[in-house]
Ligand binder design. Structure first.
Ligand SMILES: NC(=O)c1ccc[n+]([C@@H]2O[C@H](COP(=O)([O-])OP(=O)(O)OC[C@H]3O[C@@H](n4cnc5c(N)ncnc54)[C@H](OP(=O)(O)O)[C@@H]3O)[C@@H](O)[C@H]2O)c1
Length: 350
């Protein structure tokens, strides 16, 4: 059985570990922790072996640690790196490459320049096949993953009719669990956000995508405000929405008034980590005017990339065909069922 190690146990690492531990095709040998805090015992209570950096072992003497991260990496077939932005690259250079171990990196890394972790940014909807046989691949960030789920189906359906995409990313300040991170009372704008180039890496560098990003004081998801311009008259909202009817990880909601309402409903339905693992098109906000469709969708920042990591892991570890990997991911994540539950609850009830 293939062995997987999750290096980092924060917002993303803790979710990945929790979901993939139920995968009967792999063994999760443990998770990596870097600070001696309450999350060490939380991970142990959830059944994980916890590994720590060799140099920091002394700091963890009051915890039941299973060994060093260095040894855990030597003992596994693939690492899912869930380190803070930039540390994934350092881990690649210092640990994964010297030990010749396959690794998945998260969206805070880059595929450009000297600090590139890979030449492939993964989006299962667009380039699943390209990950087969790769040793180092970066999973796109939450916003970049969400954009792929909207733009790729549109590109397939409307192709030559599309003129440009203009998007404003309204990004959350922190995650629900990041209680030590202050949510500042300000709106911040981002210079040169990475998201446009990241999306173009898999959609093509000439994709007519124009992007701006701001950060707002909330922990409750991202919201993308997207205008899709056509060369001719834009389709009516009903036809436009039809595009996403059977899309994996895209729910169409009519009555949600805000992101918190969606997350609260996920919580009330006992979805793991209060995540929906998908994006939600807010169909009541769609308008078709002249050559433009104006839309909004929210993006579950923490949840959306977790099933993607599982799909990517299967491409790299087992070279599975997309349909087989997809079926297996669905057995763990039940995305189809979650989509139906959300769409029913936020439907236009007569
Ligand atoms: N949060 C999101 O919504 C989100 C969504 C998509 C992608 N991402 C990306 O996912 C990655 C992780 O983000 P996150 O939000 O999960 O961060 P996070 O909550 O701050 O957690 C980071 C984790 O990495 C651990 N760590 C510290 N140094 C490390 C090292 N050198 N190597 C490996 N792990 C180390 C930390 O350990 P200690 O706590 O023990 O110090 C912590 O458990 C980033 O690239 C981020 O951009 C995040």
């Amino acid at each position: 059985m293939k062995k997987v190690f999750v290096n980092g146990y924060g917002s993303i690492g803790s979710r990945i570990a929790q979901f993939i531990k139920d995968d009967s095709e792999i063994e999760v040998i443990g998770v990596g922790k870097y600070s001696p805090d309450e999350k060490v015992n939380m991970a142990i209570s959830r059944g994980f072996s916890v590994y720590v950096p060799e140099k920091k072992q002394d700091l963890f003497k009051n915890y039941k640690i299973s060994g060093t991260i260095e040894d855990a990496i030597s003992d596994c077939d693939l690492v899912i790196d869930a380190a803070p932005s930039g540390h994934g690259f350092l881990n690649k250079k210092n640990l994964y490459e010297p030990k010749d171990i396959m690794a998945i990196y998260q969206g805070g890394e880059t595929i450009y320049g000297e600090k590139a972790v890979s030449d492939l940014l993964f989006n299962s909807r667009v380039n699943y096949k390209q990950a087969i046989g790769k040793k180092h691949v970066m999973q796109g960030s939450c916003n970049v993953t969400g954009m792929g789920r909207i733009l790729q189906p549109l590109r397939e359906k409307y192709n030559e009719r599309l003129l440009r995409f203009d998007v404003i990313l309204v990004r959350r300040w922190a995650d629900l669990e990041q209680t030590d991170k202050e949510v500042k009372d300000t709106i911040e704008w981002s210079e040169n956000p990475h998201h446009g180039d990241d999306v173009k890496s898999y959609m093509g560098k000439d994709t007519p995508l124009f992007l701006r990003a701001i950060k707002v004081p909330t922990r409750q998801m991202h919201l993308h405000i997207l205008d899709v311009r056509f060369k001719d008259t834009a389709p009516r909202p009903s036809e436009f929405l039809e595009t996403f009817k059977n899309e994996y990880g895209v729910a169409t909601l009519y009555t949600a008034k805000g992101t918190k309402e969606v997350r609260d409903y996920a919580d009330s339905m006992k979805f793991s980590f209060k995540d929906t693992n998908m994006i939600h098109i807010h169909a009541n906000m769609i308008e078709s005017i002249g050559d433009t469709v104006k839309m909004m969708y929210s993006d579950d920042q923490t949840g959306i990339v977790i099933p993607e990591n599982h799909l990517l892991m299967q491409a790299m570890l087992f070279q599975k065909e997309y349909k087989d990997a997809f079926k297996h991911t669905e057995e763990l994540f039940h995305m189809d069922e979650k989509k139906k539950i959300l769409e029913e609850h936020f439907s236009l009830k007569k």
